[in-house]
Design a protein around this ligand. Structure first.
Ligand code: DON
Length: 307
């Protein structure tokens, strides 16, 4: 039996007790159906080999992990100057859905693209004349990154759209201050579909591997994300990817990573591999409890901290 495979099986067993300590997100009603005992991991190496263990076939929605992908697309379309005129580069100690800094921080643009306000401003910039055109463009980009035909979970998207009143407030606030333009409901339709894009941890690890490989597709050798944009995205993953526990994560794990409230975490170990983790039971910050434990043990075992 391969050493990496044995290690992943062992880590899954060790992390299971930590996974069930958390709680499945329920502020998006459709997410509350998830099984809190699920736990899965995949490592996708830059030589195009992968190892996976646990409930690796289970599909989950990307939620906030999608924010990194949209940022990459929009940065490639418009360049840094335009994108960062609408969204900042600084971490925030506030929860991911907070509105507080929009009012107290001047100019009143969102602090970074990994919090909800910043992500909504970035999604607002996706090229296209209609929601459908923008959505098709985003989905095509995600399919390029995974090399698979991916789609979205309609129930989760609809469930979030019905209940997204905090995000609605963020949008109206930003519209008033000229950070976003256009119809707020259209933006929410697009954003909730983006967050509901669905895949398993193997697909997710593959996207992480593209970032780890400086934006070069592992199979075709094509530059699907520019090197500079891949670097910017990984930097945001380090400084803001795990929300208001990004500092603790940097110390304990030290891998560029992005979490989502469905329980997914995408990791990207520069020059080595992508990691996809799934465990829907979350800690109080909104990060996967079992996923955090898995990444901490894995990074320690292989000395993968970039610091
Ligand atoms: O906008 C929201 O609240 C969700 N669609 C995504 C939030 C999220 O994943 C935060 N992650 N930890």
């Amino acid at each position: 039996m391969n050493h990496t495979q044995d290690l992943l099986d062992d880590l899954i067993n060790q992390a299971r007790p930590f996974a069930i300590k958390g709680k499945v997100a329920d502020y998006i009603p459709a997410l509350s159906d998830q099984d809190p005992t699920d736990l899965a991991i995949c490592i996708y190496s830059l030589d195009n080999t992968s190892f996976y263990s646990g409930d690796y076939m289970k599909k989950f929605t990307l939620q906030s992990i999608s924010k990194v992908i949209t940022l990459a697309l929009v940065l490639m379309d418009y360049g840094e100057e335009k994108v960062f005129s609408k969204v900042g580069m600084e971490p925030t100690g506030d929860p991911f859905n907070s509105i507080a800094k929009l009012e107290t921080h001047k100019p009143s643009k969102p602090l970074n693209p990994m919090i909800n306000a910043g992500a909504l401003a970035v999604t607002n910039m996706i090229k296209g004349d209609t929601v459908i055109e923008k959505w098709d463009r985003l989905l095509e980009f995600i399919c390029h990154l995974t090399g698979e035909k991916v789609s979205y979970n309609e129930d989760v998207a609809y469930s979030e759209l019905q209940t997204a009143n905090l995000n609605r407030s963020l949008c109206y606030f930003m519209k008033q201050h000229g950070v976003i333009t256009g119809n707020v409901e259209d933006l929410l339709v697009l954003y909730t579909k983006q967050c509901a894009v669905e895949m398993n941890c193997v697909d997710l690890a593959k996207i992480g591997a593209v970032f780890a490989n400086d934006g070069i597709d592992l199979e075709t050798g094509r530059q699907v994300i520019s090197r500079d944009v891949a670097r910017i995205c990984k930097t945001f993953m380090v400084t803001c990817g795990m929300y208001n526990s990004s500092g603790e994560f940097a110390i304990k794990v030290g891998i560029p990573a992005k979490s989502g409230v469905s329980g997914g975490i995408m990791g990207s170990v520069p020059g080595k591999c992508g990691i996809g983790v799934f465990g829907p039971a979350l800690d109080e910050i909104g990060n996967s409890s079992g996923g955090l434990k898995l990444l901490e043990m894995l990074s320690t075992k292989y000395s993968w901290s970039i610091f």
